[in-house]
Design a protein around this ligand. Structure first.
Ligand code: M6R
Length: 592
């Protein structure tokens, strides 16, 4: 989704903003722009395309310590020059960048701005002109406050006022905005990454907060204009966390980090052989009669594994809900459920909307995220960290593995039984290392797939849930139409899709379903499909394509998923796709 970077201070604002926007590229975007204050003027450079293009069109002949920048992921109006941010008010006094969606912008336009000209299709242009409208009767700051009180929707805003060259304004509602302070200035961004190297302390803004930022200090206010106290946290994130190192892509680097993430989770959540999950989280779940898991995308597929663990390892009935559906269609809620939200970013708008809805109804919530400072972590009753480290590639890999491992540990802790999980997880980390060492086999398999226009994954039980994630991974970075089927369902209709040479990949890791999945695969081969088998060593045939090292039967998704991640990666590379920044996608989906 859109990215925002602003800077005021002694350093070169253009440099910090352009580099910061590059660091936010992983979020997904289609246009980029920057506004720089220079000698009482605000100079704007913007266009459709990458930040590298913005660098090409930006004027480097002057230096300034104040500017705001933006990468846009189109919501209102196509990606082009006129819709790119920054946007400017009719008189040229105010300049704004915006991340989010204003729901009542049409109404505001009719109510206040009938005399204004609009040059773009965006909702953002309404905000900047509304500020100008109020500024005719009030100070810049008061005009901004009044505008914010009119807005409905989500936004992170940075605003420049031509009459105030010593400061910039910021505001936030339902979309993240972080303010970082360092010796030589203040950096504001949608994510902590652009703050690295410039800040020693930082704070994440709460909803409905606005502020005035100067080079050495900033003040925050609520929408009534009351001063708010600010709690700064120590900034201890390194630049290396955001670099690819020797890997060609972040996705490949993140896939390789998975064994060490599993070991890290073991370290974090085991005290010798005993599981050390905070008691308040265990009590919260134990005092409920059902677990409702809520998530989107890959996190939702990890939730299916969590459901399996909660039901099989500790007998707690569990159900998985797609956040974007649950927010509008409330199911019948009986007994005493507890809600568990899985989210890598902790900023997914659909999941946040559900969390707010059910918190308001009094149901406790546990956020399992990779981002302890995220909106979801802060809103939830309890938070559990998955310790995956920053995930940059849009296609989630290590967060999936970390979510599944965290939920397995949580379920074992809830069961209260003696467990061999620690040992099993260490064995699984070694099994993944073996897969990574032999990844050439998967690279070769990718050559059989990359020209296909349709691919199918089939499996049963936990293998089917991995198929769902495997299909999502392949389609999001290779752009090949991929479907996951429970192999038993194929003959009830979908087998009609099977054609000559369509790759059908069967995941076979479970003793109870191995032979039936294989016979379902044979049915597709009989109709012309190219059958490919990914099987556990102990269940394998000599002709199988990928053999997975044996691990505990309930941890097999951790190894089969890694094979599917690598396969998606190599197929996307063979197709020449932008693996880390696939088209149309965004890393944090901060709009509903
Ligand atoms: O940050 P979250 O885990 O809440 O994100 C949910 C989905 O948007 C995310 O998993 C998405 O499906 C990824 N692109 C999958 O690779």
């Amino acid at each position: 989704m859109c990215g925002i970077v602003g800077y005021i201070g002694m350093k070169d604002a253009r440099d910090i903003i352009l580099s910061g926007l590059e660091q936010l590229e992983y979020r997904g975007y289609d246009s980029a722009g920057i506004a720089l204050f220079h000698q009482q003027e605000i100079k704007i450079f913007k266009d459709k395309g990458r930040v590298s293009h913005l660098r090409d069109i930006c004027d480097f002949s002057f230096k300034t310590g104040l500017g705001i920048g933006h990468t846009r992921w189109a919501t209102h109006g196509e990606p082009n020059h006129k819709n790119s941010h920054p946007h400017i008010s009719n008189s040229g006094r105010f300049v704004i960048v915006h991340n989010g969606v204003i729901e009542n912008y049409k109404k505001l336009k009719i109510e206040y701005l009938s005399n204004y000209e609009f040059y773009s299709d965006t909702d953002t242009e309404v905000i900047v002109n509304l500020i100008e409208y109020f500024s005719k009767s009030y100070s810049g700051r008061e005009a901004i406050r009044r505008t914010l009180n009119e807005l409905e929707g989500s936004y992170a805003l940075l605003i420049l006022d031509k009459e105030e060259p010593e400061q910039l304004y910021i505001a936030k509602n339902k979309t993240p905005l972080i303010v970082g302070a360092g010796e030589s200035g203040i950096t504001i961004a949608s994510d902590v990454i652009p703050l690295a190297g410039h800040c020693t302390t930082y704070t994440s803004l709460n909803d409905k907060v606005f502020g005035v930022v100067q080079s050495k200090s900033f003040q925050l206010f609520d929408y009534l204009g009351n001063d708010l106290s600010v709690q700064m946290k120590k900034f201890n994130i390194n630049n290396e966390d955001f670099e690819k190192g020797d890997f060609d892509h972040f996705m490949l680097k993140e896939i390789h980090e998975q064994p060490s993430i599993i070991r890290h989770l073991v370290q974090e959540y085991f005290d010798n052989e005993k599981i050390a999950i905070p008691k308040k989280i265990l009590d919260c779940i134990k005092s409920s009669t059902k677990i409702n898991l809520v998530a989107c995308g890959t996190s939702m597929y990890a939730s299916y594994m969590a459901k399996y663990y909660f039901e099989k390892l500790c007998n707690i009935p569990s159900e998985v809900f797609v956040a974007s559906e649950l927010v509008y269609s409330t199911p019948l809620i009986v007994d005493k459920p507890c809600f568990i939200y899985l989210s890598q970013s902790g900023e997914t708008a659909d999941s946040i909307a559900v969390m707010k809805k059910f918190l308001a109804k009094g149901f406790p919530s546990i956020a399992i995220t990779n981002s302890p400072n995220s909106t979801m972590a802060e809103l939830a009753t309890h938070h559990l960290n998955i310790f995956a480290g920053k995930e940059i590639a849009v296609a989630s890999t290590k967060a999936y593995i970390a979510q599944v491992v965290t939920c397995a540990i949580l379920a074992k802790a809830l069961s209260g039984q003696k467990t061999n999980l620690k040992n099993n997880l260490n064995k699984t980390a070694m099994a993944i290392e073996k897969i990574l060492e032999e990844k050439i086999i998967i690279k070769n398999l990718a050559k059989q797939i990359f020209t296909a226009s349709d691919v199918f994954y089939i499996g049963r039980g936990i293998d089917y849930w991995v198929c769902l994630e495997a299909a999502l991974k392949l389609k999001e970075i290779s752009y090949i139409h991929t479907e996951a089927f429970s192999s038993g369902e194929l003959k009830h209709g979908s087998i009609a899709l099977i054609d000559k040479d369509v790759p059908v990949l069967a995941i076979c890791t479970q003793e109870g379903t191995n032979s039936i999945v294989r016979s379902n695969l044979t049915e597709t081969i009989a109709r012309g499909a190219k059958g490919i088998v990914i099987a556990m060593e102990s269940l394998s045939d000599p002709t199988d394509d990928i053999i997975l090292p044996d691990v505990a039967h309930y941890l097999t998704p951790l190894v089969s998923a890694v094979v599917c991640q690598l396969l998606a990666y190599y197929v996307a590379v063979l197709k020449g796709n932008d693996v880390d920044k696939p088209k149309n996608l965004a890393k944090s989906v901060t709009v509903e």
